[in-house]
Structures are given as structure tokens and as C-alpha cells.
Design a binder for this molecule. Structure first.
Ligand code: GDP
Ligand code: MG
Ligand code: ZN
Length: 313
């Protein structure tokens, strides 16, 4: 009998599928699997909804089909390969956890992440963590940034794992949804999740040990269910999340406020770098567009490393 389930972990050829009674069943894949058509190194990803059957007298099953994906995020399988690795599928939203100190997240990193979410059409929320460490100046900066991103359409949540601040709000936003939790190492992702649901007992690591090697040895994504409801995807390959190298003439689509301003540029194909009559550049100079956002746009525009594919998936 076929059952429906969701993949919560993949390690090599074994995939952990959560059945409809929330029981975890280790599954292999049936030899021939209908795939989604992309050339990926992994046929099944965390977040995939699948059909599977159980093997008799064994606590194991076989996946026979991957149901259509609402969306998925990828990274390149390796530096030279054209193949991709699907990091996660069926995301409802992405939380970008940042910190203004220890370690400080750069605005460039935030904007890259947000632009990538736009390209994937995944709603993004910014989480300011470690707020217990912010002095008055950093608190002002946080309010200013939250206001600036809020105007663009990105909501913010302010949290502290230490002082248990903002956890209810975060948990309620996560409830009933599948969320990607992203952010630089050390910003407190695991700590915040543990503070929401201590039973998960995720490993945390002091910031002073971040430079030590072995940090990024895991390459498999994992999905956790919170006791308060909702699934969280913690993916180690998040650096490669920037895999979507947007075409230069499409880049402004992924900066919503820049895209809105571009309507007033003199040339319809204005790229907002140095063109005469560019409403975007003018707005940045007049303070109507955050200079940091404009600079992030330009930095992505000029980022010609050729590291990533130019295709949008
Ligand atoms: N002061 C303070 N420290 C925090 C907070 N959240 C996490 N940390 C510390 O930051 C370090 C890294 O946390 P961790 O959860 O491992 O970060 P991750 O790499 O994003 O999962 C640990 O030493 C945590 O104790 C917070 O809200 N306030
Ligand atoms: Mg962690
Ligand atoms: Zn322009």
C-alpha cells in the first residue's frame, strides 16, 4: 500500500521519511524514479513530499515517487560540474538570522540573500539575534535597518536566545509552515531553535571556535519539526544558496524598491549603473533609496566571477 510522507533527512542512499503519523521511516529509492527533470546529484531532497511503501517485517520503506515541488533551492554539486545539488524543496518562507555583533553580518550578505529569495520567490524575514548584546548605538542601528527593510517589504523579528526575547513571535511565524533558517555561522540559529524547542538539543558552538576547521563538514540538509509546530530546514550549504547568478538586465527585479524606481529611468533598458537620467542612482544620491541597497545592487552587478551558472531554476 502506498503512503504519503515528507523527507526530513537524506544521507547517501538512505532517506528518512516522516509518515502521516509522524513516524520516521528509513527509505531507499526505487530503482527507477520519476524525477523532476533537472540534472541533480540527489534525486530526493529534504522537504520533498513522496509516495512510499513499507517493506514487510522491516522498519524500512521504498520511495516510489516524488510529488511535484512547489519550489526548491540548489547549489552546484561541485566547482566544475554542471550538475546541481538540491538543498531543500517546498519552502514556505526563509528566515535570515543576522547579528550586529559577534559576528557582525554584513549588509552585502543580507542583500544577496534577499535577492536570491526574490529570485526563488520565497518570502524572506530578517531575524536580528543577540539583541541582549546590543548597546544603545547598535539598538538604534537595528531599528533603522528594520525600518529600511520594512519599507521594502521585509519584516523583522528581534530575538535573543539568552534573554528569551522574541521567541514566541518567531515560533508563531514558523507554525504550520516549512521554513529555511539561514545565516552565518555563529549568529545563533541553533541556540534560538533550542530555546524554542529544548527537546531538539541542537549542537551550538562558541563564536571563539568558529575559525576551527571541521565546521562545514556536513553536506546534508536536515529538517526538524518544532514542538510548537512547523518544520525548520537547516542547510549547511547555504553559502551556495547564492547560486542564482541573475542576468544583469534582470538583476533589478530582485531588488523590489529598485525595480519600482526603475520605472522612472530615462531608458527602458537602464541598468542603473551610470546611465543618464537614471532614477535609481538619483534616488540613492538623494537618500530616497538606501545607499547600502544600491551598493549591494552594484556589487552583484559587477560580480563577474563566473562561479555560478547564469540560469534561473
Ligand atoms: N549573547 C548571546 N549569545 C548567543 C545568542 N544566540 C546564540 N549565542 C551564542 O553564539 C554562539 C553561536 O551560537 P550557535 O547557536 O551555535 O550559532 P549558529 O552557528 O548560527 O547555529 C554560541 O556561543 C551561543 O551561545 C544570543 O541571543 N545572545
Ligand atoms: Mg548551528
Ligand atoms: Zn536606471
Amino acid at each position: 500500500m502506498l503512503e504519503k510522507g515528507v523527507v526530513i533527512k537524506t544521507t547517501g542512499s538512505w532517506h528518512t521519511v516522516l509518515d502521516e503519523n509522524k513516524e520516521a521511516v528509513p527509505c531507499k529509492i526505487k530503482g527507477k524514479l520519476r524525477t523532476s527533470g533537472i540534472r541533480s546529484t540527489n534525486p530526493v531532497a529534504v522537504g520533498d513530499n513522496v509516495m512510499f511503501y513499507r517493506l514487510e517485517n522491516e522498519n524500512a520503506g521504498v520511495i516510489t515517487e516524488i510529488l511535484d515541488r512547489k519550489n526548491y533551492i540548489i547549489r552546484k554539486a561541485s566547482k566544475l560540474s554542471k550538475e546541481v545539488h538540491v538543498l531543500a524543496a517546498n519552502l514556505d518562507q526563509a528566515f535570515l538570522m543576522i547579528s550586529l555583533t559577534l559576528p557582525r553580518t554584513t549588509l552585502r550578505f543580507i542583500d544577496r540573500f534577499l535577492a536570491t529569495c526574490e529570485a526563488y520567490e520565497i518570502p524572506a524575514v530578517i531575524v536580528f539575534n543577540k539583541t541582549d548584546l546590543y548597546d544603545e548605538e547598535l539598538t538604534d542601528e537595528m531599528e533603522e535597518l528594520a525600518g529600511m527593510y520594512g519599507q521594502i517589504g521585509y519584516e523583522s523579528v528581534m530575538t535573543s536566545a539568552v534573554e528569551r526575547r522574541g521567541l514566541d513571535e518567531l515560533a508563531s511565524r514558523m507554525k504550520g509552515r516549512t521554513s529555511l533558517l539561514a545565516g552565518n555561522s555563529g549568529v545563533g540559529k541553533s541556540s534560538v531553535i533550542n530555546a524554542i524547542d529544548p527537546a531538539l538539543n541542537l549542537k551550538t558552538r562558541p563564536v571563539s571556535e568558529l575559525h576551527k576547521t571541521g565546521r562545514h563538514t556536513t553536506t546534508f540538509s536536515e529538517m526538524f519539526e518544532l514542538a510548537t509546530g512547523g518544520f525548520i530546514i537547516d542547510t549547511p550549504g547555504i553559502k551556495g544558496f547564492g547560486i542564482i547568478k541573475m542576468d544583469k538586465d534582470e538583476l533589478s527585479h530582485f531588488f523590489p524598491e529598485i525595480f519600482a524606481l526603475s520605472e522612472n529611468c530615462r531608458y527602458y533598458n537602464c541598468l542603473h549603473t551610470n546611465e543618464p537620467g537614471c532614477a535609481v542612482k538619483q534616488a540613492a544620491e538623494e537618500g530616497k533609496l538606501a545607499m547600502s541597497r544600491y551598493e549591494s545592487y552594484l556589487s552583484l552587478y559587477y560580480d563577474d566571477t563566473g562561479k555560478y551558472r547564469t540560469t534561473r531554476y
